[in-house]
Design a protein around this ligand. Sequence first.
Ligand SMILES: Cc1cc2nc3c(=O)[nH]c(=O)nc-3n(C[C@H](O)[C@H](O)[C@H](O)COP(=O)(O)OP(=O)(O)OC[C@H]3O[C@@H](n4cnc5c(N)ncnc54)[C@H](O)[C@@H]3O)c2cc1C
Length: 406
Amino acid sequence: MKIAVIGGGASGLTAAIAAAKNGAEVTIYEKMNRVGKKILATGNGRCNYTNMNLSFECYHSNNLKLAETALNFFDLNKTLTFFEDLGIHPYVDESGKVYPNSLQASSILDVLRYEASRLKVEEKTDFNVTGLRKNKDKFSIIGNDTITADRVILSTGGKASPQLGSDGRGYEIAKSFGHEIIEPYPALVQLKLSGRYFKRIAGIRFDGIVKACAGENLIREEEGEILFTDYGVSGPPILQISRKVIGELNNKNKTYLFIDMFPNYSKSELYDILQDRFRRVGYKTMEDGMIGFINKKLIPVILYEAGFGDLNKQCGNLNKKDIYKIIDILKEWRFEVTGYNSWSQAQSTAGGVKLSQVNPKTLESLKVKGLYFAGEILDVDGDCGGFNLQWAWSSGYTAGYFCSII
Ligand SMILES: Cc1cc2nc3c(=O)[nH]c(=O)nc-3n(C[C@H](O)[C@H](O)[C@H](O)COP(=O)(O)OP(=O)(O)OC[C@H]3O[C@@H](n4cnc5c(N)ncnc54)[C@H](O)[C@@H]3O)c2cc1C
């Protein structure tokens, strides 16, 4: 049986291997000049390929229940074994994120390509698939050439990071067979915030807590390294909350971030520290009196935000109310979210091919027999931390396995 895998990313490579193991004749059609370009960019070049704390709560979809079968079919243990069998020794960090012990994303791509080639999977790169047709029992894959196949796996990814190949073309192919697409939007992306001073504080990093609120309601809270940028904020906790925040923005809800720059201190502990500090350096201006406590570039910004127009006021003259005004900013700095970065900065796609139009067990289309889906093209996305690649492996293996059973 001839199987065409359209898109040689994480899910497509896994699907190709699973299908070839079942004896199918598999060809991957990849529009870039090599397969797996996005894999090389994952995990800052280290590839966080799964997570020991895998759970369904880390996934999002309009019909998540339908993704569970694939996640169970090729679960965490099967994924770890699959990669160990290919030569990947796992390195697990303190939070449960799993990387290859080499800490090189290229190791993951190397072993997948090696296995695919061992199983005689053919790679056709620089092959941009522009359309797909079905005539009787055969598919015609239209691109640089027109090729026929018995079954097709569509694994073209979503729209995140189109510079790495995934530009949303797969949605058009799915639509041509009557599939509906849940409107995609960037997930795991940096947020733009209101404020005139971001250029001055860009580059400052700290370990903090970010709370995202839609109006008054807390929608997600995350902790970790936060980075101020010239447009707003970035860093793992920001990426993590971005999906919920963008969902609210898309619904035209006002959304705010509250940033705690001192998560290890209560307000009253901070008060004791600042009061003692201002007593010791009471002869200095407020601006000078904060040097050595927070990043110097932040000092005037924090003091203005706290409502002080005159930064030359002496530290020794600050009363309890004044000190609490500073603490309120350090512990609960409030920003309105005004937008988010573009697809080219996003790591994942929310939305995609509707799961209710796909057989949840096999990932075969319910609209056209012989067409299967795998990976980010489907309406499933995961949190930051290895969950998106896990979905790519799970859905890829599922589609490849069932597609190749006669
Ligand atoms: C910078 C970055 C870092 C990330 N880090 C992590 C991480 O550490 N851990 C994690 O779990 N997830 C991470 N992700 C997310 C993860 O990489 C993706 O969710 C995953 O790669 C999706 O796999 P996929 O096979 O569905 O799609 P993709 O990997 O996007 O692959 C789709 C492939 O299809 C090809 N293609 C598209 N259209 C066509 C066409 N018309 N014809 C032929 N070929 C086509 C593309 O060129 C591409 O090679 C990261 C993403 C980015 C951008």
